[in-house]
Design a protein around this ligand. Sequence first.
Ligand SMILES: Cc1cc2nc3c(=O)[nH]c(=O)nc-3n(C[C@H](O)[C@H](O)[C@H](O)COP(=O)(O)O)c2cc1C
Length: 154
Amino acid sequence: MTDLVIYYTRTNKTKTIAEEIAKEKDAQLLEVIDKTNRDGSIKFLTSAIDAMRGKKTSIEYDAVDLSEYDTIYIGSPVWASKPTPAILEFVEENDFNNTNVISFVTLISNGADKALDNLNDAIKSKGGKIIRSFSIITKDTDIIQLTHDALNDE
Ligand SMILES: Cc1cc2nc3c(=O)[nH]c(=O)nc-3n(C[C@H](O)[C@H](O)[C@H](O)COP(=O)(O)O)c2cc1C
């Protein structure tokens, strides 16, 4: 069995971190694509409002049987102190029974604990067991180094 790293990204920070985890853990990667257009500053605002209100979205990803993996890493940017609609939709659509999950969020400053609580509650309600969570500040920092620090903290 192997590990799986699931992530959503809008501006590639969470993707960079997910790829680093996959490299370090020799894990597979699964990107969740949000079908809602989130480009530009107007969409930035509507995306924050969508996240704040827990609005649903349509997503695309390769179908996967989560029970086939040892550890599932699942990562999302923080939007308005919440996980992204795309990651919450992925959790909603999938069975996490008998899975061990490490959740993580990326952000520039505030909202990591709130977003992780929200994400972890959603995963637990789908049967997943949260074994660890971490957050990575992506502003003006060496996110590769921070990813290694977080993984070596296990
Ligand atoms: C709509 C929106 C809302 C955001 N809200 C927050 C926030 O509440 N707190 C925070 O620290 N960063 C916030 N950010 C910044 C992102 O969480 C951060 O830049 C993240 O690392 C981006 O990940 P990505 O490049 O994978 O999309 C927000 C970004 C967007 C686009």
